[in-house]
Design a protein around this ligand. Sequence first.
Ligand code: BEZ
Ligand code: FE
Length: 304
Amino acid sequence: MSSATPKTTAADITQATLRSFAQTPEPRTRRLLEAAVKHLHAFATEVNLTTNELIRLAEILTAAGKISDASRHEFLLISDIMGLTMVVDYNTNQKPEGAFESSVLGPFYRADAPWIEPGGDICRQENAGTSTLVSGRILSTEGTPINGAVLDIWQVPANGMYENTDPTQVEFNCRGRLKAAEDGAYRFWTVKPVPYPIPKDGPAGLILDSAERHNMRAAHIHVIVEAPGYEKVISELFVKGDLYIDSDAVFGVKESLIAEFVLHESTADAAAYGRPTPFYTVNYDFVLASGQAREEIMFSAGRA
Ligand code: BEZ
Ligand code: FE
């Protein structure tokens, strides 16, 4: 090669790759592919990615595929722990000031949870944890009650396991749906949620270990709120003062989603609420923005 022959640079390869995708007929697919090329190439150049590191990455992705099945989505778990899921949530689920904010759906949602009456209990077996009454109103951003809004709730009991991953629990334990009253009021009993570990036996665990990060989720109650004419919100309520509130493994905590769990221990409160002490109460209003859900997202896990 003569000294006058210009070398092909990384930038030349990026341009050639972009040209190769320029005829992609579907505009959104083209946009995604072109941006992926730009950012992947920039990543490799920024960190000077080596061939062995590229091979290792391929091995990790292969392992993620192998451990995944209909109810185990390792790529999504990796997205969760890398903060990608919450960045996508932030970019696509902006809400007006004061409206109920969204958070991760997670892999443990089950559709068609049993309906409960107002004031009913979503935990269907003894020793699920410390009783907790959650109540409040479902309101529009103008402060008017939303009649007929529906709440779909699920969480772990005190053992930190979702019922569909734990054969010792009865079907749909700590899951339920309920309707708000005409004045927007809702109330249901559950148990105080506890922090629990996300799976660590696959590549997501490998990534966490390599960074010496823990795999704990801050304690939370999953909530989906929907009402005709309003944007459906997929989100979670977190426990103020929880050990992992500032280090949730999937970055799901938002300030507005942290609720105060008030402890009740007196015999007077036991009589007033009709529950043995100790128990907690939580008051939380869900404020919905008018409109339609922008994208229907719903994958539902089955029972193991
Ligand atoms: C969950 O809260 O159920 C969850 C969310 C993300 C990853 C794993 C679990
Ligand atoms: Fe969860």
